[in-house]
Design a binder for this molecule. Structure first.
Ligand code: C2G
Length: 707
């Protein structure tokens, strides 16, 4: 009879990860399991999900706690219920290869504990389902190495040993409760075998803001918890030397990694000096013998309680770290100058930096705000950021290359930033800076904190977004619907400028027909042809690298030309994230690829019909009240797995959903009938999304912010 393993899983609001976790444990090749799940007061949604995933396997028992007690307490409850020979801890957002328990059980032998490895996984990463080869390492000298992660995960413990020594998790800290469990094991056992290549998949969670994993908690909380647990364990009378040494080295590591970083923040040294100074008195200075002289000095000043000297060394420490980093590359050097030099220069009160679509073009709301300001001869100095400066633009704005030295200089010294998307995270905001975020579309696809999981190229998306959007002082909104979503999905709590989009002012221009004619002439488009504009969006899961996405044109241009060419031409306009080039060979006189054209609003103005998919372009285009077709050949995938939508695509759109290129052509042939069929829906749509736009948005934004 194989020995029984009790698997303890604490669950706290991990709804979207539970399925992977539960499946990976119930599908283990090692069958003699007792699975004890402690629901630590999770939300109703999570509780339901948990219950639905666990029916039918009688090895599972669930304990529901009414109130959240924390991971330490939850695991202790699990331990008290365990009846197995071994105990194994699994977290509810992680998962396992199918034979991990079998491997650990096979190799534990007479040891009280055996450890495997932890592997961080992110969305889209390939993992092994079955571990093929493992290597057993037994080496006393590696004990610290194997225990320095302070985690009980992926270790198999002999339950009788745990019970005999009454080993438990700390319940008075949130983050480092494992350390109290590990310490007695560390000091009681000489050698602890490690199974190399036996991985446990530790998920890197993507929402450290609204649903953080414990280790994603804010640094200050982590520091408080660590100090508490260190002091508690370090004061135990029955500690052996090895236990104290283990704790002291952990303290030094933690000090270098977290405490020093916390001390970069204003006022934190003073706030924590006394506490950390008392803590540092406990360290056995022998562990410092082979350490860097700066670290030695820091600990020395802490132990003697000299805050002033300590502060000076910390400053020196940061300076050295920053300088060391600065000389690794040109861009790091510029960032260094930005923070240490340019940000200390006087702030130019009358200076505004504009950027649109990451410097790709001269367009969108920043363009229209800028043109309003130069038109009114306002007394400001204007800076435009472009990837390729030297553009022909009105006024005498200075054009700066994105990421050049001058880019950093002007961003650091200009009072105003106007941008329609995010600015890089490392651009710290200085006191007095005012940042107007115009954003770039009414949302259809779910945004940031409304997105459940992120299938995107960047697993840090939510964290970065949060950090970057904290700098916005104003956010422009085109309709009430957007305002409501922005408040929630961006967690935006500053001033919303509810005035419509400056970028749509041109669509209400009194001379818009004149302007349209000039644009057509400039683009060499025959004046006697009507224009179809095709402007699709990008797909989160189809990329070469972050910011560089693929696009596969699914319109049959040759057939379109045959059927529609007498009356129409088509403009192809890819999203600015699309890196693929669109093939128009053979239809050059019919299809114009204007993906690189600066301002899509000008293309709206000249076109008679819009075809799009899930791009926000239709909210803007609807201001013109011209026909819109939705070519949504991958609607199910886009809606169900990638993003999900805010509006009901089947019922609330001002135009038809089309699935094939033929359908698109057919619909255009019968466009007048389509117009009639959608008249009512179009009116409702206009009422809901376009009412604030009336050609005055630039003026309103500028007056609110600058006058
Ligand atoms: N755009 C464009 N050409 C396209 C698609 C988009 O010029 N083929 C521009 C339009 O101004 C559009 C903006 O980029 O409004 C945003 O594009 P979306 O396709 O809506 O996608 P995204 O960049 O993900 O932004 O709240 C809005 C959303 O976040 C959408």
């Amino acid at each position: 009879m194989k020995k029984k393993i009790s698997v303890i899983i604490p669950v706290y609001n991990t709804t979207e990860f539970l399925e992977d976790c539960i499946q990976s444990i119930t599908n283990q090749t090692y069958k003699n399991l007792e699975i004890i799940i402690i629901n630590d007061g999770s939300s109703e949604e999570c509780r339901k999900k948990l219950e639905s995933l666990t029916v039918g396997d009688d090895r599972i028992q669930i304990v529901h706690l009414e109130k959240t007690m924390g991971v330490g307490a939850a695991r202790n409850i699990g331990l008290s219920k365990a009846t197995g020979d071994y105990v194994y801890f699994l977290d509810s957002d992680d998962y396992l290869p199918e034979n991990i328990l079998e491997l650990l059980a096979k190799h534990i032998g007479k040891s009280k504990v055996i450890s495997g490895k932890l592997k961080k996984v992110t969305v889209g990463m390939e993992e092994l389902k079955t571990i093929k080869k493992v290597k057993l390492v037994k080496d006393k000298k590696l004990k610290f190495q194997h225990f320095k992660n302070m985690s009980v995960l992926n270790r198999l413990f002999k339950l009788s040993f745990i019970r005999k020594h009454n080993i438990k998790f700390a319940e008075d800290v949130r983050v480092y409760s494992d350390l109290e469990f590990l310490l007695p094991i560390y000091q009681k056992l000489g050698e602890i075998p490690m199974l190399n290549r036996a991985h446990y998949y530790k998920r890197k969670r993507n929402d450290p803001i609204l649903n953080p994993a414990l280790l994603q908690m804010n640094r200050e909380e982590k520091v408080k918890d660590f100090l508490k647990i260190y002091n508690k364990l370090r004061s135990k009378e029955d500690n052996k030397k090895s236990a104290n040494r283990y704790l002291d080295i952990l303290f030094l590591n933690f000090f270098r990694k977290e405490i020093i970083m916390l001390f970069k923040e204003e006022g934190k040294i003073h706030k924590y000096f006394n506490q950390i100074s008392k803590t540092a008195e406990k360290i056995d200075t022998k562990v410092l013998s082979n350490k860097h002289f700066i670290l030695k000095k820091e600990i020395k000043h802490l132990r003697t309680g000299n805050e002033k000297k300590f502060t000076n060394v910390i400053k020196l420490h940061h300076m050295l770290r920053d300088t060391k980093k600065a000389i690794t590359s040109k861009s790091n050097f510029y960032k260094f100058l930005y923070r240490k030099v340019f940000m200390k220069m006087p702030l130019q009160e009358k200076q505004i930096v504009f950027e649109s679509f990451l410097g790709k073009n001269y367009s969108d709301s920043p363009k229209y705000m800028y043109e309003y300001m130069i038109d009114k001869n306002m007394d400001y100095k204007y800076i435009w950021i472009f990837n390729e400066p030297g553009k022909k633009i009105p006024g005498n704005a200075k054009q700066i290359k994105r990421f050049s030295l001058r880019y950093f200089y002007y961003l650091a010294t200009s009072k105003y930033w106007v941008s329609n998307s995010r600015l890089p995270k490392y651009l710290d905001k200085r006191e007095g800076n005012i940042y107007i975020q115009t954003w770039h579309g009414t949302p259809l696809k779910r945004l940031v904190f409304d997105m459940n999981d992120v299938h995107s190229a960047n697993p840090n998306y939510k964290r970065d977004f949060y950090q970057q959007s904290r700098r916005w002082d104003y956010l422009v909104s085109a309709n009430q619907y957007s305002s409501d979503i922005f408040r929630r999905a961006f967690l935006f709590d500053k001033q919303m400028l509810e005035v419509g989009y400056p970028r749509n002012d041109i669509l209400y221009h009194p001379n818009k027909d004149e302007i349209a004619k000039k644009i057509k002439q400039k683009l060499n488009i025959p004046l006697d042809k009507k224009i179809i504009l095709y402007a699709p969006t990008w797909r989160d899961d189809d990329f070469y690298e972050p910011g560089k996405y693929k696009f596969n044109l699914k319109l049959d241009l040759k057939q379109m030309k045959e059927r529609l060419g007498d009356e129409y031409v088509v403009i192809l306009r890819m999203h600015y994230f699309i890196a693929d080039d669109i093939e128009t060979t053979g239809v050059e006189d019919f299809a114009y690829n204007l993906s690189k054209y600066d301002d899509i609003a000008e293309l709206y103005l000249i076109s008679d019909i819009l075809i799009t998919d899930y791009s926000s372009v239709f909210f803007d285009y609807a201001n013109l009240q011209r026909p819109i077709l939705f070519y949504t050949y991958d609607l199910e995938k886009y809606r169900d797995t990638l993003r999900g939508f805010y509006i009901d695509m089947e019922n609330d759109l001002p135009g038809p959903l089309l699935k094939t290129s033929e359908e698109v052509i057919e619909t255009i042939v019968h466009i007048e009938e389509q117009k009639q069929a959608f008249k009512e829906k179009y009116d409702l749509f206009y009422e809901k999304f376009c009412k604030w736009d009336n050609g005055k948005a630039s003026e309103k934004v500028v007056k609110e912010v600058f006058m």
